[in-house]
Design a protein around this ligand. Structure first.
Ligand code: NI
Length: 137
C-alpha cells in the first residue's frame, strides 16, 4: 500500500455562531470568531489517497485526476466564498474546520473510489497553527 497527497489552497470567510445561544454565550465560546461581520482564513486542504501501484502507469492514482476532482468538487464552491451563506454542502452547519473536513470527505470519497484508489485522510489547515485531520470514522 502506498500513499499520495495533493494540496490545494482556498480563501474563505466564516463566522462561528450557534443560533440557539445568546450573543453573550456565542462571544464567550467563540470569541472573535463570532464576529457578526465575519472574518477570513487562507486554508490549505491536503488530500491523502492510498492504493496499490498500477503496473501500467506506476501511479496509485493520476495526480492530475486527483487535482481536478478536488478543484471541481470542493475548491470551486469554497474559494472566495462566505462559508456560512454561499456553500450548498454547508447549509445549516457549523463552519468549523472539523465540520468542513468531514463534509469535504463525504464529497471526495466516492469520486476518488471511481479511480480504483481509496481516500485515506483529509487534513485542513485553517491557520499556520490550527489544523484538523479526518480519517473517515
Ligand atoms: Ni475562523
Amino acid at each position: 500500500m502506498i500513499y499520495i497527497e495533493r494540496k490545494e489552497r482556498f480563501s474563505a470567510a466564516h463566522q462561528l455562531y450557534n443560533p440557539n445561544w445568546s450573543e453573550e454565550q456565542n462571544e464567550a465560546v467563540f470569541g472573535k470568531c463570532a464576529n457578526k461581520n465575519f472574518h477570513g482564513h487562507n486554508y490549505t486542504l491536503s488530500v491523502t489517497v492510498k492504493g496499490e501501484i498500477n503496473p501500467d502507469t506506476g501511479f496509485v492514482m493520476n495526480l492530475v485526476d486527483l487535482k481536478n476532482i478536488i478543484k471541481n468538487e470542493v475548491i470551486e464552491a469554497l474559494d472566495h466564498a462566505n462559508l456560512n451563506h454561499d456553500v450548498p454542502f454547508l447549509k445549516g452547519k457549523f463552519t468549523s474546520t472539523e465540520v468542513l473536513a468531514q463534509e469535504i470527505w463525504k464529497i471526495l470519497q466516492p469520486k476518488i473510489a471511481e479511480h480504483q484508489a481509496e481516500l485515506y485522510k483529509i487534513r485542513l489547515d485553517e491557520t499556520l497553527n490550527n489544523a484538523v485531520e479526518y480519517f473517515g470514522d
